[in-house]
Design a protein around this ligand. Structure first.
Ligand code: ADP
Ligand code: MG
Ligand code: ZN
Length: 197
């Protein structure tokens, strides 16, 4: 007989800044389910590093299906999957939280990783809504590239103003609350302090 815990669906959200380890944590959790014999399906709408994979900044990866919208994800969904992993949740449209809710009601575990705010500290509403819908939430921080304190901000180097500009350490720096304010005040001179690894 299946116990309540085994059959209950859930939403598990992993949020944080860039470089905070969201993709790494998503891959770690999915790997555990895979090892436990659960049927896992993985989606991402990020093609920065690979066509069809979730890839972390330190090059861990797992094959994934590419989906641009919640409808696109639904279309590719394997309804026999027990666990659904979704990376870069912030890039999906506002229908994603409702779809995750439906999947969780259906008994699936849905694990979504994504940015909680953009480079101007504006919340990504899809992730905020998912956080409200989730049974479990993990917030991760990166290491501030200037002072080493926990980083919650995504500081964009250069002067592009579009909300979505794909990039990694070439475009963005993880900064703590205080270094972010200083960098914004100092404008692009802040880039002079950059020390990428
Ligand atoms: P995310 O998906 O949140 O962007 P990843 O899981 O892809 O993060 O990458 C996390 C890895 O990024 C770390 O394990 C570390 O090797 C690397 N990294 C690079 N810059 C930083 C930083 N400023 N703080 C923490 N980790 C960093
Ligand atoms: Mg990531
Ligand atoms: Zn700092």
């Amino acid at each position: 007989m299946r116990t309540f815990l085994n059959s209950a669906g859930f939403i598990d959200v992993i949020v944080g800044s860039m470089f905070s380890g969201k993709s790494t944590e998503l891959l770690r959790r999915l790997d555990r389910y895979r090892r436990a014999g659960r049927r896992v399906q993985v989606f991402s709408c990020d093609r920065r590093y690979a066509e069809n994979a979730v890839v972390s900044h330190d090059q861990r990866q797992l094959p994934a299906l590419y989906a641009e919208t919640a409808a696109d994800l639904r279309h590719q969904l394997d309804w026999s999957a027990e666990v659904i992993g979704i990376d870069e949740g912030q890039f999906f449209d506002e229908a994603l939280p409702d779809l995750c809710h439906e999947l969780a009601l259906d008994g699936k575990g849905v694990i979504v990783a994504g940015l909680d705010q953009d480079f101007q500290t504006e919340p990504f509403m899809v992730m905020n809504r998912l956080t409200a819908e989730a049974e479990f939430v993990t917030k991760l921080t990166a290491v501030c590239t200037r002072c080493g304190n926990p980083a919650i901000r995504n500081y964009r180097k250069g002067d592009e103003s579009a909300r979505i500009v794909l990039g990694a350490a070439d475009h963005y720096q993880a900064l703590c609350r205080s270094c972010y304010e200083q960098a914004r005040k100092a404008g692009h001179q802040a880039d002079l302090f950059d020390h990428e690894d």
